[in-house]
Design a protein around this ligand. Sequence first.
Ligand code: KIV
Length: 286
Amino acid sequence: MKKTVPEIAGRKQLARVPDKDPPQKIAMVTAYDYPTALLADRAGMDVILVGDSLAMVVLGYESTVSVTMEEMLHHAKAVRRGTKDAVLVGDLPFGSYQEGPQQAVHNAVRFLKEAGMDAVKLEGGATHAETVRALVQNGIPVMGHIGLLPQLVSATGGFKVQGRDLKTAQRLIDDAKALEEAGCFSLVLEAIPDRLAGLITRSINIPTIGIGAGPECDGQVLVMHDLIGLFDRFTPRFVKKYADAATLIEGALGEYRHEVQAGEFPGAEHSFTIKDEVIEGLYGDK
Ligand code: KIV
């Protein structure tokens, strides 16, 4: 059955009715095209994020900064076609919301209208609260994202764990509260120490979804190509590799190449037959 944004918002571990089991944690993964969306949805994922990590793991850019709104929409539409049940979140790419609420609403509407996304995600803390408010007021559900912000790596100096000192840890707590207050229905915490992520999770009433933020979050997200082992340029410490798809695919391709070059493929079982009289008729014409 199709999952909804309010259902995801309700999966807060603290929001327990005394006699009931706590809600299941939220399982989220990225997908970028029809086959990966189909597989993620079949695996029962709660949320599929068309992440701007697309830039690096699918399009081969150096960072997420380069990916455009048009590229994101192109992939989001394919993900929509492969998804039946999961909530779909379109990641607003760098440059699609930094100019302010009007630009953000314009591009977020495109995600919902043209690509059939259920919600959008944007990176940034309290400084983006006004933009989040404008999106929510226009009927666009927003997932926040604080901690390590890949779109800002050139400004912040690389992929580093965030919030390790008192000042930056306090800022992350303030950012989380500001985004909740602005109307986010959930919040991604990226590369934050586990106990700080736990503290943030208990400080707000919307679910937190961690990536490199320890087990105390209300859910977890990983980049699909990291977890299936299809992206090996670098693997962050927080990634668990559940499969080695690269080795599997490379092995299959190597075997195919070998069989073609050796004349072993295709065999009779992969070929189509024709009646003898037709062939004889053709030779007879010569
Ligand atoms: O783009 C992405 O894949 C993301 C996740 C890391 C949360 O933003």
